[in-house]
Design a protein around this ligand. Structure first.
Ligand code: LLP
Length: 386
């Protein structure tokens, strides 16, 4: 603990260099996932007593080994498409549908009907769906996703509350939704909000719970309040880990004030980001008009986050971990776009050269699952370290 906040731990991959070099030698780009780190993150949430139900937002990383590990730890799963639902029940045929949430956005009618057929908990976030598709929803139990009128997050593109965002029922439409639901004999069993991703303020979630509890009280049939995901991880070298203790204390306090609701959370990134690394090989090292560039066989096709959100990922020369990182390089990929930069002005060893294995850190969330075949490059491989 430093200044009352949790200090950074040494990342797992420093102790797994040999295994990772072997994995890279079998072909890059490759994502490698470290299950002990995943379990450690999962258990840090199991320790938070105020939480009654934990769901993993599988959009962050639907790899079967990760899903199995998290379900074994007691997590449920949150899905946002029929494809994710089918994947979950293909990987875990015995999974109780009561442990699965379906929280889509602008999904077609048929996906809601398929979700009801699976027996999972369906969340709706607009009144139009009830009005336009009464036969789909009549007599059902639903959760309602509310937009509390504000959002937060690491980048404007991942803020999911407020008028500019497409998600959530605005507060002004709440009474109309409840009235429409009553007419259709729809039971609102849960109230949900997810206002963004990568939110660094521990107080955010207790405030959301308090506001949602007010709405839950006025509905009368609610048993669960889901305060979303959005927990951050420290991507940058000077960032602090999320203060889980402060977060847990806030939740305990607010849960004591509104004890009649089960408290649910649905993080993605927090669970899986740090257990995953992207491994690549250096293709070329080029100096052009005063800028040195290290080229990798992985770029925005393998990891979109830097190009899409200006996201930061630590980049390390795994072949030369013992050498001092004393020279500035732009780290670029093989894609024909100027935005194909995984990291600008990064420090790497001066001797970095073709064939070195390079590690891109904290790539387990929204990494492989957002990769694409632009320029007809192959998708990365994936590998799991037990
Ligand atoms: N629940 C809902 C309803 C969500 O929409 C999301 C993420 C989560 C939970 C999990 O959020 P997390 O705990 O992972 O922050 N591709 C972006 C992140 C997009 C998040 C979309 N929704 C990125 O790479 O930063």
């Amino acid at each position: 603990i430093e200044h009352g906040r949790p200090a950074r731990a040494v990342p797992w991959w420093r102790g797994e260099r040999e295994r990772l070099l072997e994995c890279a030698a079998e072909g890059t780009p490759v994502y490698a996932y470290h299950l002990p780190t995943l379990r450690e993150r999962a258990r840090s949430l199991l320790d938070v007593e105020a939480i009654d139900r934990r769901y993993f937002a599988i959009k962050a990383n639907p790899h079967p080994a990760l899903l199995r590990a998290l379900v074994a730890e007691g997590f449920g799963l949150e899905c946002v498409s029929l494809g994710e639902l089918e994947h979950v029940f293909a990987v875990l045929p015995e999974l109780d549908p009561a442990r699965v949430l379906f929280t889509p956005s602008f999904a077609p009618r048929g996906e809601y009907e398929a979700a009801f057929a699976f027996g999972v908990t369906v969340t709706l976030d607009n009144v139009e769906a009830l009005r336009n598709w009464p036969d789909t929803f009549r007599g059902r139990a639903l959760w309602l996703r509310i937009d509390l009128g504000r959002g937060d997050g690491h980048h404007a593109k991942v803020v999911t509350g407020g008028a500019a965002s497409k998600f959530g029922l605005p507060l002004g439409a709440f009474d109309a939704f409840v009235a429409e639901a009553r007419m259709l004999d729809v039971r609102i069993g849960g109230i949900h909000a997810h206002l963004g991703s990568g939110i660094v303020t521990p107080a955010h979630w207790r405030e959301v719970y308090a506001e949602l509890a007010g709405f839950a009280d006025s509905v009368g049939t609610v048993d669960t309040i889901d305060i979303g995901g959005g927990l951050p991880i420290p991507y940058k070298p000077d960032a602090h880990p999320f203060d889980i203790a402060a977060w847990a204390a806030g939740l305990a306090e607010i849960k004591a004030a509104y004890p009649r609701y089960a408290l649910a959370v649905e993080p993605g990134r927090y669970l899986v980001a740090e257990c995953g690394v992207l491994l690549a090989h250096v293709t070329q090292v080029v100096a052009k008009q005063g800028i040195r560039r290290v080229g990798l066989d992985a770029g925005m096709n393998a990891l979109m986050r830097p190009a899409l959100y200006e996201a930061y990922h630590g980049i390390h020369n795994l072949s030369r971990l013992d050498e001092e990182a004393d020279t500035t390089f732009d780290v670029v990929g093989p894609i024909c776009e100027s935005g194909d930069v995984l990291g600008a002005q990064r420090m790497l060893p001066a001797a970095t050269r073709e064939g070195d294995a390079v590690l891109v850190a904290d790539a387990g969330a929204y990494g492989f699952v957002m990769a694409n075949r632009y320029n007809l490059r192959a998708l990365p491989r994936e590998d799991v370290l037990e």
